[in-house]
Write a protein that binds this ligand. Sequence first.
Ligand code: GAL
Length: 422
Amino acid sequence: MWRGRVGILVLVLVAAVVAVPLYAGAGGGTRADQVEVYSWWTGPGEEDGLGAMIADFQARNPGVHLVNAAVSGGAGSNAKAILASRLLANDPPDSYQRHAGLELADDVRSGKVADLTALYAEQGWTKVLPRGLLDKLAIDGKLYSVPVNIHRANLVWYNPATLRALGIAHPPRSWAEFLKQAELIRTKGRTPLSIGPQWTQKHLLETVLLGELGPDGYEDLWRGPSGWTQPATRAALETFRKVLAQSDIGSSAADWQPQLDRVTDGSAVYAVMGDWTYSYLAITKRMLLGQQFAVAASPGTDGVYDFLSDSFTLPVGARHPDLARRWLIECGSATGQDLFNPLKGSIPARTDTDASRYTGYLADDLRQWQDPHTRIVGSLAHGVVADNAWNAEIDTALGLFLRNGNTARFAAAVGAAYEATR
Ligand code: GAL
């Protein structure tokens, strides 16, 4: 608990240090012609995608200065904590990144974000976004953020040369098969599974739950505490414990990129991570899909698409709401999405964009997302299925579980936290 508070304090101090030069560079933070856009895209690939959209925005809005206030840290691990302190102090950026889904619900309830339903109508977005995504975006029938992309979370990445060297024919199709392969991998002196900071462990947790419980059982978990009392859930958590024991959690990587580096350099065999990995490996590291790296559905999830979507908001009290609206129009535009997504390693949220821009893995991704036979579920670690209050309690329970390995206590804590955070 105290460690958490000290951590947040440190983040706030870091934010202050990081924010000052940004404001200073932009001319003091109150210039009428500037718009501050807040995200966590600072890594190669994601930063390039954001940069491409920003360049298009600047070309369409001459004279407007866009301040790119991105804070590093995968999955917004630092950005979200700093944003929370800014929202508390009524000092919001002009637009900030949130995932589509329940991640935005707390902001809506506490009146932090403006209703964008009229902007959706004006821009015709309800006609070009998939119904399922609109349902996830809507809170009490209103729309509060504009999605730029679709990502898939349930993927396992590997290096085919490593599998060949180990005599492993294919990546595991179930977690039981992974545990079997792990025994062999260990005897050859490699790490079966590479892992990063706690959010990557939560990302792994959701893919193990999905693989073990199937999509129906997985979705039950987010409807309330009853799913957490099921024996199957306890068994899935036990599998998660065993899977983690086959990872390098004792010396985990600092973020998702170095987590993947361990797979590409062959010291570890697998990593579970979302498809932002594709832009990191294929574009940033210029590696060849199918030869230097490969990807498959995470064990037990073939045909299931665990989705998330990055979106942008208009905070109440934004200093430049009109310019922020113009940024949102960029995010929601077909041009903006087609500039951003091929570099980001994601596919467009809109259904009417130029499919020819999505090649390699992304072409396949787009096909699977649009295939009516694909079962779509929402991500826990990336904000779709649980609001921030419950998600924070899940983080605390997961932190304890990582220390004591007690599956019964973990399941009970998560179920109880659901009730407590209503
Ligand atoms: C997710 C986000 C992605 C990517 C990833 C790794 O939460 O939606 O766009 O940034 O984290 O940082």
